[in-house]
Design a protein around this ligand. Structure first.
Ligand code: SF4
Ligand code: SF4
Length: 285
């Protein structure tokens, strides 16, 4: 079962939910893989504290030009939709950071002057946090394209009863790449006007992707009631509500997880896990 945990905006408690869910599932005997796809700022490791034992580079395909073979026909520049190849005065200029690795330019080149090369854009860290297998993606500083690193994180997942995808915040391409292949999506929100605005965008996104989903309301006793009303109107289920608890905030600031320091949160996340498993099972029937 693959569960993606995402939120329309940062700071709603997405990683808190993802890591507590991972630890709760692992302690109840399930094999768990935690996939940190928030590759611009992965912070699941702050709480899970894995011992990373392996690092793998993540590379993307880019063109390499052999000027000797180039006849300056301009076909590569015309086919590239991303402005990553430009032909000026029969000279080919490559802008690797704009390249999407689609292969168009080396397939269209009539003289074989362009060949496929590679450029490292990030890396994976892999290791264990007790019984949770952790894969963390890290995009190189200054890189714009995170989907290849996210795809590599997901590909590195080992077989497990439960894979938890900690998605980046927002509703753009990196989030969509993270959610692809999930059995169920958890949208974490908080009951504030900003939270509701971003929740609406996230709901539109998962509906467009035709993925089953439900909501977790974090800091549930803060803010107002508009989020619950919206969920009721839209027939979106709220699986659990997590209270705005000073003890949780203090544990969080020490890099500890709620399920480690307060038994009532173990029960809360166990309830969430049971609900998720029930939903995924009934969807599979
Ligand atoms: S591989 Fe595709 S995106 Fe990259 S430079 Fe060639 S045509 Fe453009
Ligand atoms: S398609 Fe090949 S031959 Fe034509 S300009 Fe590009 S690199 Fe040169």
């Amino acid at each position: 079962m693959r569960i993606a945990v995402c939120s329309g905006k940062g700071g709603t408690g997405k990683t808190t939910v993802a890591t507590n869910l991972a630890v709760t599932a692992s302690r109840s005997g399930r094999g768990v893989v935690y996939l940190d796809c928030d590759v611009e700022e992965p912070n699941g490791a702050l709480f899970l504290k894995p011992r990373f034992t392996e690092t793998r580079p993540v590379s993307v395909s880019i063109p390499a030009v052999d000027a000797e073979k180039c006849i300056g026909c301009g076909q590569c520049g015309r086919i590239c939709q991303y402005g990553a190849v430009v032909v000026v005065n029969k000279k080919v200029l490559i802008f690797p950071e704009l390249c999407h690795g689609c292969a168009g330019c080396w397939l269209v080149c009539p003289t074989g002057a362009i060949t496929e090369s590679h450029r490292q854009t990030g890396r994976l860290d892999l290791g264990w946090a007790q019984d949770v297998y952790c894969v963390q993606g890290l995009l190189n500083i200054g890189e714009a394209m995170s989907p290849p690193v996210i795809a590599a994180v997901k590909k590195a997942a080992t077989e497990a009863d439960l894979a938890i995808v900690d998605a980046p915040p927002g509703t753009s391409c990196p989030v969509i790449e993270s959610l692809r292949g999930s059995d169920f999506v958890l949208l974490v929100t908080e009951p504030t006007p900003f939270g509701l605005n971003d929740l609406k965008l996230a709901v539109d996104m998962v509906r467009a992707l035709a993925l089953p989903f439900a909501v977790v309301i974090n800091r549930a006793d803060s803010g107002d009631d508009q989020t619950r009303r919206y969920c009721a109107q839209e027939q979106v289920d709220v699986l659990i509500e997590i209270p705005d608890d000073r003890q949780v905030a203090e544990a969080y600031s020490r890099g500890q997880m709620a399920c480690d320091v307060m038994p009532r949160y173990r029960d809360l996340y166990a309830d969430l896990l049971t609900q998720l498993e029930g939903r995924v099972r009934s969807l599979a029937r």
